[in-house]
Design a protein. Structure first.
Length: 326
């Protein structure tokens, strides 16, 4: 089978397409013939050795894949039978492949009306958005919410979930094209955060007040402006720093404005709160199946073009989900 291997850290060009043996499922595992592979920003961090956890080389990127079970290991039974389409969660990587052996309990059977490419957005993007709302923000009803990078994989889902939870949504992004995506997903107001002092516009369109809750993953000056956009007593939820640039706000600002900041990392829930994470996954799958949550048509690349997929993600040229097709 074909597989993309990371044997050294660096630019997208370090990703190598290799030939290797098809794995055999061990006890408790299923072998999946992959139809679609989710590409995440965290993959680019691992490639550059910037991920918060160490990466031992050689490494196969890819934490999520969708495909059909073609064989099962010892001790695996219903519902993990041959022919079942599943979303495979791969905590140790391995997804950038034509086949993968996955732990059965980390596989989620999918309803027939969710296609493989759409399903790749469920794990990282979907459960991240749902958990931030249900576990960190907790209550969005009648709140004003700011969502940065609102056309991205997580952001586009956050906009829709926030509206479903009764919030007023102000969406920001770096281009008019991306802002139009956020508007189509239900954002009430849109702002280009490439413009200076955009926090003032947030207050202008919100009757002179800041927002109650803000979701931020860009970093740098966007982080600084986001904090300035918060109302007194507001809550900032940080789940990344895509720009690679740290923001700088004096700690006294948090005290003066009585604002709080929370961090979010999906791995924490997977490793320590699995039932909560599984419930979030179920919620997202249900909303997609019922037509209440739409996943924009993912941007797809052939497995051999993985380097270009990474380049476009890092250049912020993509909206929504990015998918590799074996």
């Amino acid at each position: 089978m074909k597989q993309v291997q990371l044997s050294r850290f660096g630019t997208p060009d370090v990703l190598q397409l290799i030939e290797t043996d098809i794995p055999q499922p061990k006890a408790g595992e299923v072998l999946i013939k992959i139809e679609a592979i989710g590409v995440n920003y965290s993959d680019t961090l691992r490639r550059r050795d910037k991920y918060f956890q160490p990466t031992t080389l050689p490494y196969i990127l890819g934490s999520e894949a969708v495909g059909k079970i073609v064989s099962v290991g010892e001790g695996v039974g219903e519902p993990y039978v041959v022919g079942t389409t599943v979303l495979a969660i791969l905590p140790f990587g391995g997804g950038y492949s034509e086949y993968v052996s996955a732990i059965a309990q980390y596989c989620v059977p999918l309803p027939p009306n969710i296609d493989a490419k759409t399903a790749t957005a469920i794990f990282v993007q979907g459960s991240t958005a749902q958990l931030m709302i249900s576990q960190v923000a907790q209550n969005l009803k009648d709140k004003t919410v700011l969502i940065n990078a609102a056309a991205g994989g997580v952001g586009s889902i956050l906009v829709q979930l926030a509206k479903l939870n009764g919030a007023k949504v102000i969406a920001t992004s770096s281009s008019d094209e991306k802002l139009n995506v956020a508007k189509a997903n239900g954002a009430d107001e849109i702002i280009n955060y490439s413009n200076p002092n955009w926090s003032e516009k947030v207050k202008q369109i919100n009757d002179g007040k800041g927002v109650d809750i803000a979701f931020e993953m860009v970093g740098g000056e966007v982080y600084n402006e986001t904090i300035k956009s918060l109302a007194q007593g507001g809550h900032l939820i940080v789940y990344g720093c895509a720009s690679g640039v740290q923001g700088h706000i004096h700690p006294e600002h948090f005290v003066d404005e009585n604002i709080s900041q929370s961090g979010f990392n999906l791995a924490f829930y997977i490793n320590t709160k699995m039932p909560v994470w599984q419930e979030a996954l179920g919620t997202i799958i249900g909303l997609i199946a019922q037509g209440q949550l739409k996943i924009s048509t993912p941007k797809t690349f052939a497995l051999k073009d993985v380097a270009e997929a990474h380049r476009q993600i890092e250049a912020r040229e993509t909206t929504g989900k990015v998918v590799l097709i074996p």
